[in-house]
Design a protein around this ligand. Structure first.
Ligand SMILES: [Zn+2]
Length: 58
């Protein structure tokens, strides 16, 4: 699975860490914070208030 070039320029707004694309490219995961930032219409929403905490119960 290839990642879009813009992804390498985007970092987590909380920890400035690297992000990885999640399945179906619907979000960007910060593994450090366990947060997923949504991607809407191909545009990443890098806002803490929009981030979703990863649910490990699944
Ligand atoms: Zn982070």
């Amino acid at each position: 699975m290839s990642q879009p070039s813009w992804l390498t320029h985007i970092t987590c707004p909380k920890c400035q860490g690297k992000l990885t694309q999640i399945e179906n490219a619907t979000g960007l995961l910060c593994a450090h914070d366990q947060l997923v930032f949504p991607v809407r219409d191909g545009i990443p929403i890098m806002l803490m208030e929009q981030a979703v905490v990863v649910d490990h119960q699944a």
